[in-house]
Design a protein around this ligand. Structure first.
Ligand code: CUA
Length: 330
């Protein structure tokens, strides 16, 4: 059997495990501490109550063969009644006050002046990610700088929905926050360790709810600044892939997707300006390789049933050219 210490080490070591018990960000740490307190108190109540019941069941069971007689009845013990009123009252008060404190500290926190501002829009079934002050638009992979005890660099997130209700959840960075149409919610993360952390839509939003994944890439301030600088550039133009570029710009791709610097300015689907800087496609359903990208464009529904992107019915040659072009969007 795997011991608890080994399990905890595994949770710490791998980025693919998303556990609220391995927090690396201020709100998540506060929420973990509260959860542990609640679990301990509940465990004590369970052991005491369950133990007393078990003891009484065994100790006072009717001996075999003895006819059932009613035990002596006890009425009106002020001491016993006071005990079972006051003790639960104290427990509930501790739980209420500590929960209220964590909710207040997480929800009422004000962003420091250097906080990174990000708008995340939930869509069926992917995440649009905008940095309004930095002029960056991307999808499904949220880059944020790492915070430290000297300079805090939290990221404040404005959450909106373009269609139905979703829920934004990165277990190791912060608790769930609902993403609701016609309503703006706010949450924040403040990770203290670089790495990739996985998130997931946490409210049923249709066929592909389970495939609405989110990756958060926590970087050093230098790496983050370089990433922002690169994302602000218009799309690469490579004459070698001109046929594919022409195909892309002449068909319906451009009414849903943006490629900065071209006539493609659609906003219904993910921004493709730096498509190849992302490690997955289809909001985390497949690695972003030539083969999978080609399969995705050929028949999105095959990779992600119900996906709103239509198959463009291109012949193999044009499809290959189109993929060649997309591969240059680094
Ligand atoms: Cu979006 Cu579930």
């Amino acid at each position: 059997m795997v011991s608890l210490a080994v399990l905890a080490a595994m949770v710490q070591a791998t980025d693919t495990v998303s556990s609220i018990f391995a927090p690396v960000s201020t709100p998540a740490i506060k929420e973990r501490d509260l959860s542990v307190l609640v679990l301990w108190l509940s465990a004590v109540v369970f052991v005491v109550v369950g133990g007393l019941i078990a003891y009484n069941v065994v100790r006072f069971r009717a001996p075999p063969g003895e006819p059932g007689t009613e035990p002596p009845q006890v009425y009106g013990s002020a001491q016993v009644e006071a005990a079972w009123t006051v003790v639960p009252l104290l427990i509930v008060m501790v739980l209420t006050l500590s929960t209220a404190r964590v909710i207040y500290e997480v929800q009422e926190a004000a962003p420091p002046p250097n906080a990174v501002e990000v708008t995340v829009v939930g869509r069926q079934w992917w995440w649009e990610i905008r940095y309004p002050k930095l002029g960056v638009v991307t999808a499904n992979e949220l880059h944020v700088p790492v915070s430290d005890s000297v300079v805090r660099r939290p990221t404040w997130l404005t959450l909106e929905s373009a269609d139905v209700s979703h829920s934004f959840w990165i277990p190791r960075l912060a608790g769930k926050t609902d993403v609701i149409p016609n309503k703006t919610n706010r949450t924040w993360v403040e990770p203290f360790r670089p790495g990739t952390y996985l998130g997931q839509c946490a409210e049923y939003c249709g066929t592909q709810h389970a495939h609405m994944l989110l990756r958060v890439i926590v970087e050093t301030p230098d790496q983050f600044a370089r990433w922002v600088e690169h994302q602000r550039q218009p799309a690469a133009v490579d004459p070698a892939v001109e046929p594919g570029r022409r195909t892309f710009l002449s068909i319906a791709c451009i009414s849903c997707h943006t490629v900065a610097g071209t006539v493609a300015t659609g906003r219904y689907g993910p921004d493709l300006t730096h498509l190849m800087a992302r490690s997955t496609i289809g909001a985390g359903v497949a690695p972003n390789t030539r083969e999978r990208l080609r399969a995705w464009i050929k028949d999105p529904d095959d990779l992600k049933h119900g996906a709103l992107m239509p198959a463009m019915q291109l012949d193999d040659e044009r499809l290959d050219q189109l993929v060649d072009y997309l591969l240059t969007l680094r």
